[in-house]
Design a binder for this molecule. Structure first.
Ligand code: ACO
Length: 327
């Protein structure tokens, strides 16, 4: 086992909260449909906040909690599919805002699987004694067509993160195993943010309009992908860690749809207590969903030092990943 100590966890949510009822004024939907098909009741939407400001708030809380100086940070990774700029990326702006001069900083984009992919990168990068900030931050509201009921009801904005250190001699905090897989041939089932390809010589119009900017999703295909590949990924990761699902205190699953979480639980024969959920309040916050959920579990003392946990993300790419850790 390799050292992977989570010293702090934090979340940041925009102040504006939008209920299902409010969405009925923009599109033909209902509170009942959204609750029954997704488990979502409301979501936060960034008005004054940005992907960067939410990530900076998380970084500041992580430093405060761990009582570490910003100059002690070696690595900052922000997982996001909704950055404020293509360049500079989000993580360098976080580095500047907190004054983490020594840290190298970059973004990764694996859509809703971004956070668990970031966990694997942190695990592989950190040398003994080094420390990383891993943050998932999203303002998906900018990628949503707020009149398309097939996608608009699903997503929300927010950020969450972990401060992770590879101390040589800590008693708890270990990386136990992981499983990662990419299904690029199915990528067209979930798209967002196609960039306009406009230049003086271009004859293309497909990306220049606004319709390809917003989420387009074959919900049924993504649902089938998730309910098949997530249990498989978890089984593979547990096998690598030489653990049974009953050894795991909680499965911190990406919060895309309460029905997906329940289906995974049924397939793997998990107890309800092993499947924490907060999708009702936040909707799908992509790379931010697992760290927001985990920060709330820690704050509510639902997880103790020494507990074994599985983090699983899945979504655009299509991508899936699972990390098994001891907290
Ligand atoms: N309100 C009311 N009715 C709606 C709405 C809505 N918001 N959206 C769709 N409907 C209607 C449909 O038009 C359809 O009507 P019809 O039967 O008359 O044709 C009916 O409801 C059923 O629609 P389905 O799409 O079959 O509903 P389903 O039960 O499959 O639920 C959903 C749709 C919630 C999108 C589901 O498929 C799902 O959760 N898929 C996975 C999505 C997901 O996880 N995406 C995120 C991936 S993460 C990432 O990388 C961003």
């Amino acid at each position: 086992t390799t050292n992977f100590s989570i010293l702090a966890s934090a979340k940041a949510l925009p102040t504006t909260k939008v209920t299902n009822q409010e969405l009925t004024q923009l599109m033909a939907t209902s509170d009942d449909w959204i609750k029954q098909r997704t488990g979502i009741r409301s979501r936060h939407v960034a008005t004054d906040e940005t992907t960067t400001s939410l990530a900076v708030s998380v970084a500041q809380q992580l430093l405060q909690q761990s009582r570490l100086a910003a100059t002690a940070i070696d690595l900052i990774i922000v997982a996001t599919m909704s950055p404020d700029y293509l360049t500079p990326a989000t993580a360098p702006q976080v580095q500047a805002a907190i004054g983490a001069e020594k840290a190298i900083a970059f973004d990764i984009n694996v859509a809703c699987a971004g956070f668990v992919y970031g966990m694997q990168l942190v695990h592989q990068y950190l040398q003994p004694g080094q420390t990383a900030l891993l943050i998932g931050s999203e303002t998906l509201s900018r990628l949503v067509d707020w009149h398309d009921r097939s996608t608009a009801v699903l997503f929300g904005d927010g950020a969450g993160g972990l401060l992770i250190t590879a101390k040589p001699n800590t008693a708890t905090g270990h990386w136990l195993g992981g499983h990662y897989a990419t299904f690029g041939a199915d990528g067209h089932y979930l798209t967002a943010g196609q960039q306009p390809q406009v230049n003086p010589w271009s004859t293309r119009t497909d990306g220049a309009g606004s319709n390809r900017w917003a989420f387009q999703m074959n919900g049924r295909r993504v649902y089938d992908f998730a309910t098949k590949q997530v249990p498989h990924s978890i089984e593979q990761a547990l096998m690598q860690a030489r653990l049974e699902s009953s050894d795991i205190k909680a499965f911190v699953l990406h919060q895309a749809n309460a029905r997906i979480v329940k289906s995974v639980g049924q397939k793997l024969n998990l107890a309800t207590e092993q499947l924490p959920m907060n999708i009702a309040q936040y909707g799908n916050t992509a790379a931010a969903s697992e760290p927001i959920l985990f920060a709330e579990m820690v704050a509510q003392k639902q997880v103790q030092r020494g507990d074994k946990l599985v983090f699983t993300g899945f979504g655009g790419g299509l991508s899936v990943g699972s990390a098994v850790i001891e907290y």
